[in-house]
Design a protein around this ligand. Structure first.
Ligand SMILES: C[S@@+](CC[C@H](N)C(=O)[O-])C[C@H]1O[C@@H](n2cnc3c(N)ncnc32)[C@H](O)[C@@H]1O
Length: 383
C-alpha cells in the first residue's frame, strides 16, 4: 500500500484521458498491447503522457530528484571531464533529455566561452523544452546565443554527447521464462482496469535472446530486454564522426541485471517521491522506468565501432574528477552553503544512495586523452 497524496482534480482528469486513449488502443488490438507500447503511451503520449504533460516531475515538489537537481557540484564535476575532451573535437556538446535544463545551465556556467562552440539539446518533451529554455535564460543568459534545441538528430556529431537518466526513460518489453517456455507480458483491460496478460512469443530471435539472457529458474523469471536503448546508442554511434559519449544512469552489468534472484525485473514507478511497484498506478502522473543493462549499452557502442573507454560507478567517476575539491570551495566547513553542498555530495557518492547503483559508461572515437573520470576503479571487465 502506498500513501501518496491525492492528485488534484485536473491531474486526475488528465490521467483518465490517458487511460481512455490506452484502453482504445487495447480495444483496437484485440484486448492486448505489449508492455513497451503501454510504457511508450504512459510516458510520451502528446499532452497526456508523463513527460509530455505539464506536471512538475523533478525536485522536491515533483516525483523524483536527479543528480543535477540535487547540486551544481554534479554538473561542475562533469564539466571537468568535458574540458579535457572538447579540444580534440569541434567543441560541441550535445545533451540528450535535459530535464529542467539545470545540468545545461551548470555546465555552461562552469565552462569559459572559448572552451566550447555550441551546446545542443535534444529533448522529446515540448513542455520540458520550454522549461529548459527558461532555466538557461535565467541562469546562463550570457551564453544563450550558444545554446540550441535540435528537433531532429543531425546527420553527424563532432563533439561530446551526454545524458543523465535518459536511458532509463526508454520503454522496454517484458518477458517471462519458465524452462524453454517464453511469453511476452503485455497489457489488457479487464473489468475496470489494466491487467498483465501473457502472450506466446512467436518471433524466434526474441525467444532465443530471452533464453540466452534470462536464467533458468524453478519459478517463472520475469525481466526486460532493451531494444530501444540498443537502437538509440547504435544510431548515435553511427553518427559520431569524432568525439565521445558519456551516459550516466542507474543499472547493472548483465550478470547482475539477470541475477536469478531478480525474478521480477527492474520496472518501477516514481510518484511524489514514493517508489511504486504497481505499473498501472495513475498513468501519466507516475514516472515509469527500467534500469539500464550496461552490458547491452557497451555492445551497442562496440558493435558500431566506438571504443569503450570506461565503465564505473558514479561515486568513483565523480571522485576521480575531484568533486571533493569543488566541495571545499563552497564555503567554510561550518557555513550553511558548505553543509548543504556536503549533504548533497553525500547523496551522490554514498554506496547506499546514488554512488553505487548509478554508473557511468563512456565511448570515444578518434580522440586520445587520459579520461580523468576513469583513472581509478574502472569496471569494464564486468561488462
Ligand atoms: C528522468 S528524465 C532526466 C532529466 C535530466 N537529464 C536530469 O537528469 O534531470 C528523462 C529525460 O529524458 C528525455 N528523453 C527520453 N528519451 C529521449 C530520447 N530518445 N531523446 C531525447 N530525450 C529523451 C525525457 O523527455 C526526459 O527529459
Amino acid at each position: 500500500m502506498n500513501h501518496t497524496p491525492s492528485p488534484d482534480k485536473a491531474a486526475l482528469e488528465y490521467s483518465q484521458k490517458l487511460i481512455n486513449l490506452i484502453k482504445q488502443q487495447i480495444d483496437q488490438k484485440n484486448n492486448w498491447i505489449s508492455f513497451v507500447e503501454y510504457m511508450q503511451m504512459t510516458l510520451y503520449t502528446p499532452k497526456y503522457g508523463y513527460y509530455a504533460g505539464g506536471s512538475q516531475k523533478f525536485g522536491g515538489v515533483g516525483d523524483f530528484i536527479t543528480a543535477p537537481e540535487l547540486t551544481p557540484l554534479f554538473g561542475q564535476t562533469l564539466a571537468g571531464q568535458l574540458i579535457e575532451l572538447l579540444p580534440q573535437t569541434a567543441g560541441n556538446i550535445y545533451e540528450f533529455g535535459a530535464g529542467t535544463g539545470l545540468l545545461a545551465a551548470t555546465v555552461l556556467n562552469t565552462l569559459t566561452e572559448n572552451q566550447f562552440n555550441n551546446y545542443y539539446i535534444i529533448e522529446l518533451s515540448a513542455d520540458l523544452i520550454n522549461r529548459q529554455q527558461q532555466t538557461i535564460h535565467t541562469l546562463a543568459p550570457h551564453l544563450i546565443h550558444k545554446v540550441r534545441h535540435l528537433s531532429k538528430l543531425p546527420t553527424s556529431f563532432d563533439g561530446i554527447l551526454i545524458g543523465n537518466e535518459v536511458l532509463d526513460a526508454m520503454p522496454v518489453p517484458v518477458y517471462q521464462r519458465l524452462g524453454s517456455e517464453v511469453v511476452e507480458m503485455g497489457v489488457s483491460w479487464q473489468d475496470d482496469g489494466f491487467v498483465w496478460q501473457q502472450k506466446t512469443v512467436k518471433d524466434l530471435m526474441i525467444r532465443q535472446q530471452v533464453l540466452e539472457t534470462f536464467p533458468n529458474t524453478n519459478t517463472p523469471y520475469q525481466s526486460e530486454l532493451h531494444p530501444q536503448q540498443y537502437a538509440f546508442i547504435s544510431t548515435l554511434a553511427q553518427k559520431l564522426q569524432r568525439g565521445a559519449m558519456i551516459w550516466i544512469d542507474y543499472g547493472f552489468d548483465a550478470a547482475q541485471y539477470y541475477h536469478p534472484q531478480r525474478q521480477q525485473g527492474t520496472i518501477i514507478g516514481h510518484h511524489r517521491h514514493h517508489v511504486i511497484h504497481d505499473v498501472f498506478f495513475r498513468p501519466g502522473l507516475t514516472d515509469l522506468t527500467a534500469h539500464v543493462n550496461f552490458t547491452r549499452i557497451a555492445d551497442a557502442g562496440i558493435d558500431n565501432k566506438l571504443d569503450l573507454v570506461g565503465y564505473t560507478n558514479q561515486s568513483t567517476f565523480l571522485l576521480n574528477l575531484n568533486i571533493t575539491q569543488l566541495l571545499q570551495q563552497t564555503g567554510q566547513p561550518d557555513s550553511p552553503s558548505y553543509i548543504a553542498a556536503a549533504s548533497a555530495c553525500h547523496t551522490l557518492l554514498a554506496p547506499h544512495e546514488m554512488g553505487e547503483l548509478f554508473k557511468v559508461i563512456a565511448f570515444g572515437k578518434k580522440i586520445d586523452t587520459d579520461w580523468l573520470g576513469f583513472r581509478h576503479g574502472d569496471l569494464c571487465c564486468k561488462l
